[in-house]
Design a protein around this ligand. Structure first.
Ligand code: GAR
Length: 198
């Protein structure tokens, strides 16, 4: 039986697309996409997911204001219906409560645009440039209650070039994300949680 994968997005969903394509294009892939869920109705990735034949759902966080638990109660509903074995955060820009994360403990992955433990949080590319780093990259990790923390499953490295801006560096890291996340998901769905370094 293939593992069912739900993917949570907030924006364009380029990582989501790569994850879905990697599952759909490989008949031997140990996982299959079951849901793309967004906290924004205008997330560009939603239409792309539907075009690839993946069911979508939206739970807007805004009506819930600061009440994260109420938001997550709603967020749970489409997830419960879809019954995922694995939940992939792919540019999902809401901080989740410990309770929500605990429910999916061991089954939830995230991609973050830095070489963790460096640069948790936002503006990772500008921070890498400001620090004068020669190397930057991205990380896929298991999600725990602490932000951008949890056991690392894989990292991809890119060089920082002399004339890089946060934008050019972000584009180079995003290409690496598109390699790393599908590779890690495939291994994870097959039961391999060893660290992948690319
Ligand atoms: C990606 O760069 C991802 O690593 C980042 O958001 C972008 C989403 O792009 N995630 C975070 O910053 C989470 N802390 P995408 O919608 O094109 O996949």
């Amino acid at each position: 039986m293939k593992k069912r994968v739900a993917i949570l997005i907030s924006g364009g969903g380029s990582n989501m697309i790569r994850l879905v394509q990697s599952m759909q294009r490989d008949p031997d892939h140990p996982a299959t996409p079951c849901l793309v869920l967004s906290n924004r109705a205008d997330a560009g990735g939603l239409a792309k997911a539907r075009a690839m034949g993946v069911p979508t759902a939206v739970v807007d966080h805004r009506p819930f204001g600061a009440d994260r638990q109420a938001f997550e109660t709603e967020l749970m509903m489409p997830l419960m219906d879809a019954k995922p074995d694995i939940v992939c955060l792919a540019g999902f820009m809401r901080v989740l409560t410990g309770e929500f994360v605990d429910y999916w403990r061991g089954q939830m992955l995230n991609i973050h645009p830095s070489l963790l433990p460096k640069y948790k949080g936002l503006h990772t590319h500008a921070r890498a440039l400001a620090a004068g780093d020669r190397e930057h990259g991205c990380t896929v990790h298991r999600v725990t209650a602490a932000l951008d923390d949890g056991p690392l499953l894989g990292q991809a490295h890119v060089p920082v070039l002399q004339d890089d801006t946060p934008e050019t560096l972000a584009a180079r890291v995003l290409e690496a994300e598109h390699q790393l996340y599908p590779a890690v998901l495939r291994r994870f769905a097959a039961g391999d949680t060893s660290f992948l370094d690319i």
